[in-house]
Design a protein around this ligand. Structure first.
Ligand code: ATP
Length: 237
């Protein structure tokens, strides 16, 4: 396996407050990796730094063998690094189809974009049922599925997924897990940030545990799930 994403010793600060320190992590081609941790641990800041939305105070980031931390977010997107942010950031007044088309805006091939919208609707049937409906009128879970599908429209090599299950019912959490599994089965690598550690550890093959901006544990997810500290503090068992 080659390292698709290689994050080395990064730091992020808001003013004088350092929220990430010396964080290193990697994601291999086609791998699902999770970053778990409590509220405020720095997970969102880490994803934002990788996609170029926050500047680094230290370290570097490489993607597919190329150093990318000096590139703009758009240049990173062009290379196949796609961020599905917390809160989905859909265009609420646009229809499902229009939102999907926006996901493919960097692609020149109109016919390909149209065909991929159809593929997304086959893959996530709820999107076909709602295709002419305003995105903002759908349920939270449906909007999250649309956010994944919009991300896939850019044909990513790696999806950075931030807290997809926040506020969703257990049934919807299951649906989203199935959606993430199918994305993984297609060979897209996923870096999943979650507070729902139980769900994230079941989905991913490796995980990192973040506490106050530092990585305090890193292992394959089976080992993390049987780690006493992780069980007590994050799985409640
Ligand atoms: P959550 O699950 O709440 O999103 P998180 O692990 O993703 O938590 P971050 O959102 O990365 O954590 O936040 C890390 C720390 O940085 C927190 O203490 C937060 O209050 C602070 N923080 C985040 N964004 C900003 C900002 N724009 N300005 C100042 N401080 C910020």
């Amino acid at each position: 396996m080659t390292k698709l994403l290689d994050v080395q010793g990064i730091g992020v600060a808001y003013g004088t407050a350092e929220v990430l320190r010396e964080l290193s992590l990697h994601v291999d081609t086609g791998e699902t990796v999770t970053l778990i941790g409590a509220n405020g641990a720095g997970k969102t800041s880490c994803l934002r730094a990788i996609s170029g939305l926050e500047p680094l105070t230290a370290g570097h980031v490489a993607f597919a063998g190329e150093r990318i931390d000096t590139l703009t977010p758009r240049q990173r997107l062009e290379r196949g690094l796609v961020h599905v942010p917390e809160g989905k950031r859909l265009f609420p007044r646009m229809t499902v189809t229009e939102n999907l088309a926006m996901g493919g805006f960097l692609r020149g091939d109109k016919a390909g974009v149209k065909a991929d919208i159809d593929l997304m609707c086959d893959r996530f049937p709820i999107l076909r049922a709602r295709r002419n409906q305003a995105a903002g009128s759908m349920s939270g879970g449906e909007q999250q599925i649309l956010a994944f599908a919009r991300g896939l429209m850019a044909r990513p090599k790696l999806l950075l997924v931030d807290e997809p299950t926040v506020g969703l019912s257990p049934i919807m959490v299951k649906e989203l897990s199935a959606a993430l599994r199918s994305i993984h089965a297609d060979g897209v690598a996923i870096l999943l940030v979650e507070q729902n550690a139980a769900m994230a550890l079941r989905l991913a093959s490796r995980g990192y545990l973040l506490e106050t901006g530092r990585c305090v544990a890193e292992d394959d997810t089976k080992a993390l799930m049987s780690n006493d500290y992780v069980r007590k503090a994050y799985l409640g068992i």
